[in-house]
Design a protein around this ligand. Structure first.
Ligand SMILES: *[C@@H]1O[C@H](CO)[C@@H](O)[C@H](O)[C@H]1NC(C)=O
Length: 189
């Protein structure tokens, strides 16, 4: 935990500078964006955590949940997987968190059919909702999904190379889970 907090602060600081830069620039697409897109400056880092002993990965915006997980059971902050919304914005849909504690399985989906099937199979929907785009609009990029370790280790990434690397290692190719704002594109130079 001692090493984590400075890490989060560094990441958050980067995002803060970015927000300031974005909001002071009158982007050409802004008028259209206001009607059909979530305001990009309100998107937050969706942190990716890794738990090596399961192994499992988890995705959270809320820093208090992240620090609790890390303090509790050996989770480590891995990266910022994307920028996502903490509340529902224009054209976004919930990125449901499905949890099966008995199986230690954990995955995310925007697909309500998949969500309902998982609930019938014993998963519960987590309260920690994030929101992403269901189609590639608003300068979003694909959020690729590869699934390993019997649905315990679900990798969601904006990097096609990383996704293909996991599929190459034997993870199931789950395709595109939805569309997110890339972290790198709005990072400060
Ligand atoms: C949602 O999931 C179901 C079951 O896996 C699948 O048949 C369907 O095509 C999916 N819908 C979309 C829009 O991807």
């Amino acid at each position: 935990m001692k090493y984590l907090l400075p890490t989060i602060l560094v990441l958050s600081t980067t995002v803060c500078f970015t927000s300031a830069t974005l909001s002071s620039e009158p982007a050409p697409a802004e008028a259209q964006s206001a009607k059909t897109c979530g305001e990009p400056t309100t998107a937050l880092p969706l942190y990716r955590m890794f738990q090596a002993t399961v192994p499992a990965r988890a995705y959270e915006i809320d820093a208090s949940i992240i620090t609790a997980n890390i303090a509790k059971s050996g989770w480590a902050l891995e990266t910022v997987s994307a920028m996502a919304f903490a509340s529902q914005k224009e054209s976004t849909v919930p990125f449901y968190h499905l949890i099966n504690s008995a199986l230690r399985a954990n995955f995310w989906t925007i697909n309500t059919t998949e969500r309902d099937a998982a609930v019938r199979a014993g998963y519960t929907v987590g309260p920690d909702l994030t929101y992403i785009y269901p189609t590639q609009i608003c300068e979003s990029v694909p959020f690729y999904h590869a699934s390993g370790s019997a649905n315990r280790d679900n990798v969601y990434t904006t990097s096609e190379a990383e996704y293909l690397q996991f599929v190459g290692q034997g993870f199931l190719d789950m395709g595109v889970a939805g569309y997110v704002l890339p972290f790198n594109a709005i990072q400060c130079a």
